[in-house]
Unconditional design. Structure first.
Length: 130
């Protein structure tokens, strides 16, 4: 990869996890409310710690380029799963938009999984390709 490509990968890795880091932080600061909402949608609140780990922890991992490919594939799967669980009531226009947004995000993470983090990453620094 050339310097421009690596710079673009870095910028993408900075932009892609913003939504996940902020959503994860929101779940941490409103743990009880989030667990209640998940339960109301048929998702056990016991899965909330894993959700926070993926959103907040995984978001930070992508940001810094650590465990990039592994985190990207889990995030893509998680995003598709959340679209199928939380955004399938297409009678509400917002759900149509959120469903498509999730599919778009998953596509970006699949690209990151395939391409890797670029040169400006912890993964490249420690010479790991996970």
């Amino acid at each position: 990869m050339n310097k421009l490509q690596n710079t673009v990968f870095l910028v993408a890795r900075i932009l892609m996890p913003i939504l996940f880091i902020t959503a994860g932080w929101g779940k941490i600061t409103n743990y009880t409310g989030t667990a209640g909402y998940m339960s109301s949608m048929g998702v056990p609140g016991a899965l909330l710690p894993l959700t926070i780990l993926l959103e907040f922890g995984g978001g930070l991992a992508i940001l810094f380029g650590f465990l990039t490919r592994t985190t990207a594939i889990f995030t893509a799967g998680f995003t598709i799963l959340t679209a199928l669980i939380f955004h399938v009531d297409f009678a509400k226009e917002v759900n149509q938009i959120m469903f498509l947004k999730n599919l778009t995000i998953a596509g970006g993470y699949l690209l990151l999984f395939a391409a890797g983090p670029g040169a400006y990453s912890i993964d490249r620094l420690i010479k790991k390709n996970w």
